[in-house]
Design a protein around this ligand. Structure first.
Ligand code: AMP
Ligand code: ZN
Length: 431
């Protein structure tokens, strides 16, 4: 139930045949929902008309607004009584959306998470500690059932309470931890406070990080702090949650499970497929979901296909780490900026700590970007000259990257407010 060569190493030809068969079944299932039923009837769409998988392009897109507009049951394709669980998205960009699952869906999801964890090196003899919110957020139960499906002793540690997390790790000899990246850097501070060395005093072997955008530099930092590899995990509630795309031991992009999702990358303006290797918006179609199939979902997440094959032998394509969401880009003084560009610059500077926030304000009719940056614990000083020089370095390097000179405010380690779940990196206070 974890390494599945019959799906993970399919030739392109066989994979596409499987996708076509599953897509037709998915469309027939989706047609039972009020929303797709009406849409397909109106546009004269029938599963059997789909000649090959590339014709998925003839099907309509589905957006978050569609899901919200038909809340709660408009996309439901099974009787209400078949449902066994619902999850909601975190609603970082507005009202949440709800996704329903029946038993089949939950088993399929757990299997995908197990497969993902296995790809990242988790094995049944490992102890897995899941440090994230249990509840409507999919990272909790999603990883719980996936890790159990793989056969690991799984600790449902949930979010927060860092001292207890460290104690759990020590008491039960945790080998694999899943957490969001912004939390792990905070957890490390608590290790330091307690005088516990994550390398020598725990049995940690690997980390799984995801659920929020993070740069390669942040990943390397986290790996440096904990002395183990950190594997990127990507997913979204609309496509179950975690277990959509995952890094294997080679850490060279995320394998995206194409036997269970049709994967497209489109230009967000024209909605046409991008040229091979170009960045665009990820569009996903479920291929193994019954209660709530979703066709051509516009994720808003930006990525690209990576070229070449992976030495691990898996044949599913790999996508690059998500560089941001098309809707978290902000425009300041005419320049388009993704928060991750700022993060990348900050994390390359050793004197910079692990947390930052970008504040956008209008002052005297001018838009202004201020970056509040925690200084690293090891380097922290009250020498004004040194701080001033760091401040200038940050401002210059950020300007070189995003073409806007920011104001930089340095703060003590740990001084920035922390959110319970995903980190809030931009505070836009402009009208
Ligand atoms: P939710 O549905 O609330 O779990 O949020 C899913 C969203 O989180 C995705 O659409 C991405 O924007 C973001 N996300 C999840 N995993 C990653 C990741 N590994 N890297 C970057 N962003 C991620
Ligand atoms: Zn691989």
């Amino acid at each position: 139930m974890c390494w599945q060569p019959e799906f993970e190493t399919l030739s392109r030809e066989r994979l596409e045949a499987l996708q076509l068969e599953r897509l037709r079944a998915t469309m027939a299932q989706a047609a039972k929902s009020p929303c797709y039923g009406a849409k397909f009837a109106e546009q004269g769409i029938a599963p059997q008309d789909l000649a090959d998988i590339s014709r998925i392009r003839d099907l309509p897109f589905t957006t978050k607004e569609d899901l919200r507009g038909h809340f709660p049951y408009g996309f439901l394709a099974v009787p209400r009584t078949d449902l066994v669980r619902l999850h909601c998205s975190s609603g970082t960009t507005g009202n949440p959306t709800v996704i329903f699952h029946n038993r089949h869906d939950l088993a399929s999801w757990a299997n995908l998470v197990a497969r993902s964890l296995y790809a990242a090196g988790a094995r049944p003899h490992h102890v897995f500690q899941n440090i994230c919110g249990y509840g409507l957020f999919t990272g909790g139960l999603g990883f719980q059932y996936g890790a159990e499906c793989l056969g690991m002793l799984t600790i449902p540690a949930a979010a927060g309470n860092s001292r207890r997390q460290i104690k759990l790790m020590q008491d039960f000899g945790t080998n694999v931890v899943h957490a969001i990246p912004s939390y792990l850097t905070r957890l490390y501070d608590v290790f330091v406070e307690l005088g516990v060395d994550p390398v020598k005093d725990t049995r940690l072997e690997r980390l799984v990080i995801g659920a929020e955008p993070h740069s390669e530099e942040t990943r390397r930092r986290i790996e440096g702090l904990f002395g183990v590899k950190a594997f990127n995990s990507y997913g979204l509630s609309e496509m179950n949650g975690p277990g959509v795309a995952f890094e294997c031991e080679h850490q060279n992009g995320l394998h995206i499970w194409e036997d269970c999702f049709v994967v497209e990358i489109v230009n967000p303006e024209t909605l046409e497929p991008v040229a091979e290797g170009e960045v665009g918006e990820l569009v996903l179609t479920t291929l193994d979901r019954q209660a709530m199939p979703i066709i051509r979902y516009r994720t808003r997440d930006l990525t690209r296909f990576l070229p070449g094959t992976c030495p691990c032998g898996r044949t599913s394509r790999r996508i690059d780490r998500i560089t941001g969401r098309s809707d978290d880009m902000f425009i300041i003084r005419g320049c388009n900026v993704f928060p991750i560009q700022v993060e990348k610059v900050l994390m390359e500077i050793p004197q910079v700590g692990n947390d930052y926030v970008i504040v956008l304000e209008t002052k005297e009719d001018n838009d202004q970007m201020t970056i509040e940056v925690e200084v690293s614990r090891e380097w922290f000083t009250d020498d004004y000259g040194k701080l001033e020089s760091l401040r200038r370095t940050i401002a210059h390097r950020v300007r070189d990257e995003v073409l806007v000179t920011p104001h930089v405010r340095l703060v003590e380690p740990g001084a920035l407010p922390k959110s319970e779940g995903k980190a809030v990196r931009v505070r836009d206070l402009r009208g």
